[in-house]
Design a protein around this ligand. Structure first.
Ligand SMILES: Nc1ncnc2c1ncn2[C@@H]1O[C@H](COP(=O)(O)OP(=O)(O)OP(=O)(O)O)[C@@H](O)[C@H]1O
Ligand SMILES: [Mg+2]
Length: 268
């Protein structure tokens, strides 16, 4: 018997109803299934519903229709098997880097010394040894992302949900972080849902890329297995013929949607 998928979003529809505004169906009949240990990226134009889909997976939002299963069990409330890396900065400014990393363990009731020891291990793993005493405003953007990564991974989630985590970084820092993410992930393969609007980033990181259509009523319109060898260097893999072949193929599907998304935003 096959193991249950880590995450199964099936026939998901999300309609937002806000007072004084028309109903808005952001997602219509979307299905996304992620296997244990699989790295899946979801790409799509801005505003199409990527964050909304991730919020459904995290249990932060209940779909208007459709089902969410986590390791075969229907999801009720928050998805406790998942860790969430937000699109925006989510560190607490009044806590040091170290104390930001210990937060989750403290909520779980671990003794302070145990939490601190584990957090120091994670700061080391994300390349921040000796920076634990600094506050978020004393760290660079890349360093803050590393703290956020440690904050998420320390809880050892079975499913890691990432919403454009590196999009605010410069390209070199971004590629460094992507390589580090792949290294951390391959040491201890968890399921990852990685949201991005950047097709190159999606291909270089993933086992599979899912393309969402432009909204409203966004849904997956293409799924592509990425058969590039691992371990990968995200900068170098982009220069290989197979990468270019995959990129060309997926871009054919994505191009129209990006144009549509852009037009819609202009007319809003
Ligand atoms: N709570 C809400 N109420 C009403 N509309 C919403 C709500 N949340 C999101 N939307 C709308 O749903 C659509 C999808 O939003 P979402 O944030 O999921 O897009 P996205 O693909 O993550 O965009 P981006 O690439 O810019 O981050 C957008 O049109 C947005 O305005
Ligand atoms: Mg978003």
């Amino acid at each position: 018997m096959q193991a249950a998928p880590a995450l199964a979003l099936e026939h998901i529809t999300v309609t937002f109803v806000s007072e004084g505004a028309a109903r808005f169906t952001a997602i219509r009949d979307a299905t996304l299934v992620v296997r244990p240990g699989e790295f899946v990226s979801v790409v799509g134009p801005t505003g199409c519903g990527k964050s909304t889909l991730l919020n459904i997976a995290a249990g932060l939002l209940t779909p208007s229709a459709g089902s969410v299963r986590v390791f075969g069990e229907p999801l009720a409330g928050l998805n406790r098997n998942s860790g969430y890396l937000f699109q925006t900065e989510a560190l607490l400014p009044w806590r040091t880097a170290l104390d930001n990393v210990t937060i989750g363990l403290e909520f779980r009731g671990l003794a302070r010394e145990v939490a601190v020891r584990q957090a120091e291990g994670w700061l080391l793993r994300v390349g921040l040894r000796g920076h634990g005493h600094r506050y978020p405003h004393q760290l660079s953007g890349g360093m803050r992302k590393r703290v956020a990564l440690a904050q998420t991974l320390i809880l050892d989630p079975q499913i890691i949900l990432m919403d454009e985590p590196f999009s605010a970084l410069d390209i070199q820092t971004r590629q460094l972080m992507e390589n580090e993410l792949l290294e951390l992930w391959s040491a201890n393969r968890k399921s990852v849902v990685f949201i991005t609007h950047d097709l190159e980033e999606a291909i270089s990181l993933s086992d599979r890329v899912v393309v969402l259509s432009a909204g409203p009523e966004a849904r997956p319109i293409g799924e592509y297995e990425i058969d590039l060898p691992r371990p990968r260097d995200v900068a170098e893999i982009r220069l290989t013929p197979r990468f270019i072949e995959l990129h060309t193929k997926i871009w054919q599907t994505m191009k129209q949607e990006v144009l549509k998304g852009y037009e819609q935003q202009k007319n809003q």
